[in-house]
Design a protein around this ligand. Structure first.
Ligand SMILES: NC(=O)c1ccc[n+]([C@@H]2O[C@H](COP(=O)([O-])OP(=O)(O)OC[C@H]3O[C@@H](n4cnc5c(N)ncnc54)[C@H](O)[C@@H]3O)[C@@H](O)[C@H]2O)c1
Length: 303
């Protein structure tokens, strides 16, 4: 029972990856707030049933859980989700920012509404819940924050400018949260999952490359993601903070971070002419290929 006595919030926990994480945290002794606004893939509507079903499943397995139906996408929602934990069990130890939607569109067609909906759910939503929990974690000098990022942002993906911006924004949010909270024994990390869920079912499959990518993802279960989340939530993971992990079937990976790959310097400073002369034989040799997540992760997953 590595999470005995811990109180956790999992957002977007009615389906997919969030549901698996909520079930496993509860199985390891955590008391869990199952948050989900019960929306459609595109982010509309609001039903209580999906969250209630996960709460019932946890109770049936002998665990403890309560539902919360707020949207993460506002400060009031974030506060209400954390308040549910505090009102029910008097504390909040673990936050898993997992709720998410997709509104894919090429950058030249993307609407303001599509941009805002995705940024609000992922990036603002992760901030809203973290912001509500951080003062309490600081006070009790213990906390674990786990955010979901994506290789759509870390590597790139066609037609997902809003989602990629949100998911890389979440990495920045996580890094600075980890720095701000380090002295209070609170860690923050990101998981970049690969799993077949309803959300992935919305990825367009118009081209052969898109179809091939989706076929690979279909083999990967959201259950593969949960053990890493439970481990990061535990006491054992107290020295792991500010990191980005990937889970792809039975493979777990640690991602690198943005650091200079190569430096050039000129004693007289740079002019355009000097750059045109020196760039091709120096920095150009180290440019990162412009590729999609599916092109980079092109090998069959171990499942
Ligand atoms: N499945 C993948 O391969 C994959 C890849 C990269 C990242 N992710 C990330 O993992 C997380 C989970 O995705 P999933 O694939 O399990 O998707 P999913 O659609 O199966 O589950 C997402 C859940 O979030 C809920 N939700 C959406 N907006 C919400 C809001 N505003 N407030 C509360 N709940 C909300 C939905 O109702 C749904 O139950 C997301 O952050 C997603 O971006 C998934």
């Amino acid at each position: 029972m590595i999470l005995k006595d811990k109180v956790a919030v999992v957002t977007g926990a009615a389906r997919g990856i969030g549901r698996e994480i909520a079930l496993l945290l509860a199985q390891h002794g955590a008391r869990v707030v199952v948050n989900d606004y019960g929306g459609s893939e595109a982010g509309s509507g609001g039903e209580k049933k999906p969250a209630d079903e996960v709460v019932a499943e946890i109770a049936q397995a002998g665990g403890q859980a309560v539902p919360n139906y707020d949207s993460v996408a506002s400060m009031a929602g974030g506060k209400s989700i954390v308040d549910t934990a505090v009102k029910t069990w008097g504390r909040i130890d673990v936050v898993v920012n997992n709720a998410g939607i997709l509104r894919d569109r090429m950058i030249f067609n993307m609407s303001e509404e599509e941009w805002d909906a995705v940024i609000d759910t992922h990036l603002k939503g992760s901030f809203a819940v973290t912001r509500a929990a951080a003062p309490l974690m600081r006070e009790q000098k213990w906390g674990r924050i786990i955010n979901m990022t994506s290789t759509s942002g870390l590597v790139g993906n066609v037609g997902q400018a809003n989602y990629a911006a949100a998911k890389l924004g979440i990495v920045g949010l996580m890094r600075v949260t980890a720095l701000d909270m380090a002295r209070y024994n609170v860690t923050a990390n990101c998981i970049s999952p690969f799993a077949w869920t309803r959300m992935i079912g919305t990825i367009p499959t118009g081209t052969e490359a898109q179809q091939a990518r989706v076929e690979k993802i279909k083999k990967m279960s959201p259950a593969h993601i949960a053990p890493l989340a439970a481990y990061l939530a535990s006491d054992d993971a107290k020295e792991i903070s500010g990191q980005v992990f990937g889970v792809r079937g039975k493979e777990i990976m640690l991602f690198g971070h943005h650091r200079p790959l190569m430096r050039i310097h000129h004693a007289d400073g740079w002019t355009v002419e000097r750059l045109a002369e020196i760039f091709p034989g120096t920095l150009h040799q180290h440019l990162i290929p412009l590729e999609t997540s599916g092109q980079y992760f092109n090998y069959d997953p171990l499942v």
